[in-house]
Write a protein that binds this ligand. Structure first.
Ligand SMILES: [Zn+2]
Length: 559
């Protein structure tokens, strides 16, 4: 033995550098790391998904295509049971073709335009060119100039901040009947955000386009109009409605456990996206790592004790709908009690750097996932106590069923805000080195948790709320009212703060203190400000049966 010291050091270092070998045998761990870091296919999955299929708006043909593509992918890794599972039908589908626009006159101002339209909103009827006119301030003003509207593009934000007031809807209807080509509103900043509302019916589907134009270009157009330069614009927007029912699918694939096949660790992310770009960081990156974790584990020949279930949900962007439907479906068949953990990757392309855990989960996970910080010295990893709850993704659907739901904490140089639901969410925004690290970490974590002696300790919305100061689960921080336009209360949740405060169905919320309330945002701000000012009693004014009534808003003990 030439180097006894080095040799014994290596012996010592071996187990320290790895994970607990009873959870992840060293040989398997090395295979997983080799597959994930050196032989990665995560970029290929992402390319096929975002460039090959494109955006995946739930209820679009691409979302259906993506579901079958993902199922085939899982099967190509050797998971024969991979399947799509329908969770709903929607009344109206939507598909977005190319969209373009330009200023066509005056000559000195000719340029291409940057804009977006909402999903499930109308496109143009071909290439539609016309003069730009300013949005009238009122219905009376519009009626005073009837010659202006036929064939014109109307520039301005409908209703100012109150976009959906009854007043603006009358104005809108009038202008539509006068034959305008569409509306042009400004974006908030240079990011063009896509959203939309699928809850439309075929008979009442939108008929004219509402363009959100990048704010600088909007200002330029406005100046041209006010300077009397008579600008004209042309838009060609190929938005297209599809008569339903349109089926929506989740994708499911299981590596079946050798000892406890009916117990699960779920690994997943959402397959759907908004459709203003190609849904890369939201959530092509999480879809690609879910697929890649499956590939890595299969290629490494793992035999987990519990089953590892890979899930790709749709309808996430409309309110976690696919995952909620899945939880609802299995609420009473006992499955929820047999899911050890749900690990969701949906925070963009930064690398998975840790998890947050409740006090009872913490020591178990810290032990099971020890060594993940040594997969690659360039990347950190830690399991930390639960301090803040990230609620906006599919893991949150499982929390009400007491299933431990985790959202990967991510670190790195990528700026998620820049790409999240914006025109910049394209393939170039993904960072392959991070993706490789994430897929490897997810694969190792899933295997370790699947091999634990017991299921992870259950959690609850109440526990999470306690640990995070009120932000537990989807509704943990809500007042408990459902409001419709005009701030009318449509429903009051039983046992909510709203009920305790005496708010009743039919009330119209007018003010919090002196602050006028015209939107839910005003309401949240009003309450928050009162809170910040340390007010013990927050007066709330409502209109009830024609009379103003003062209530006192009861506040939760914790922030
Ligand atoms: Zn997302």
């Amino acid at each position: 033995m030439k180097h006894p010291t080095l040799f014994s050091l290596l012996l010592l270092a071996g187990p320290l550098l790895g994970q607990d070998p009873s959870l992840v045998p060293t040989q398997i761990r090395n295979r997983i790391i080799l597959e994930g870091k050196q032989k990665s296919q995560v970029a290929k999955h992402l390319d096929e998904l975002t460039n090959g299929i494109g955006p995946r708006l739930t209820g679009s043909p691409q979302a259906i295509r993506a579901a079958y593509w993902a199922k085939d992918k899982f099967q190509s890794f050797g998971i024969e049971n991979a399947r799509v599972e329908k969770w709903s039908d929607w009344k109206v589908g939507f598909e977005r073709g190319p969209w373009s626009g330009e200023i066509t006159a005056p000559k000195s101002a000719i340029q291409n335009l940057h804009f977006v339209t909402r999903a499930w909103s109308a496109g143009t009827k071909g290439r539609q060119e016309g003069p730009v006119v300013l949005l009238p301030k009122s219905l009376e003003e519009a009626k005073a100039h009837p010659q202006l509207w036929q064939g014109a593009w109307v520039l301005g934000r409908l209703g100012g901040r109150r976009r959906f007031s009854p007043k603006t809807s009358k104005l809108k209807t009038y202008l539509k009947t006068q034959g305008i080509l569409g509306f042009i509103a400004p974006s908030r900043n240079r990011l063009l955000i896509t959203s939309g509302n699928f809850r439309i019916t075929w008979d009442h589907r939108p008929s004219i386009p509402e363009v959100t134009l990048r704010v600088d270009e909007f200002q330029k157009l406005k100046e041209l109009v006010t300077n009397g330069q008579k600008p004209r614009v042309l838009f060609d927007i190929r938005n297209h409605f599809i008569k339903g029912p349109i089926p929506n699918f989740n994708v499911i694939a299981d590596i079946i456990g050798s000892e406890k096949p009916d117990e699960f660790v779920i690994v997943g992310g959402h397959l759907d996206s908004w459709d203003g770009a190609t849904g890369t960081t939201d959530n092509g990156t999480g879809t690609a790592t879910t697929l890649e974790a499956a590939r890595i584990l299969m290629a490494s020949g793992v035999k987990p004790k519990r089953s590892i279930r890979f899930m790709l949900w749709t309808g996430e962007e409309q309110g976690l709908m696919g995952s909620r439907a899945y939880v609802k479906k299995h609420r009473s068949d006992g499955l929820m009690n047999k899911i050890s953990a749900v690990l969701v990757h949906d925070g963009g392309t930064n690398y998975c750097a840790g998890l947050q855990a409740t006090p009872s989960q913490l020591p178990i996970l810290q032990k099971a996932l020890a060594g993940l910080d040594q997969v690659d010295p360039a990347y950190e990893f830690s399991v930390s106590p639960l301090r803040f709850f990230v609620g906006g993704s599919d893991h949150a659907s499982f929390i009400p069923a007491k299933v431990p739901g985790f959202f990967w904490l991510q670190k790195g140089k990528a700026n998620y805000t820049h790409t999240h639901h914006t025109q910049f969410d394209t393939y170039d925004s993904a960072i392959d080195a991070y993706q490789r690290q994430s897929a490897t970490v997810i694969a190792l974590s899933a295997l370790a948790i699947a091999n634990l002696g017991k299921l992870l300790p259950r959690t609850s919305r109440a526990e999470i709320a306690k640990l995070t100061g009120g932000r537990g689960g989807r509704r943990g921080f809500r007042l408990g009212v459902q409001l419709k336009e005009g701030m009318f209360v449509v429903a009051v949740v039983k046992g909510s703060l709203a009920e305790a405060s005496g708010i009743k169905k039919g009330d119209q919320i007018l003010r919090v203190g002196k602050r006028k309330i015209e939107s839910t945002r005003d309401l949240i701000r009003g309450i928050f400000r009162a809170f910040q000012r340390g007010l013990k009693k927050i007066p709330l004014f409502v209109l009830r049966q024609g009379k103003e009534k003062q209530l006192e808003l009861k506040m939760p003990k914790r922030r």
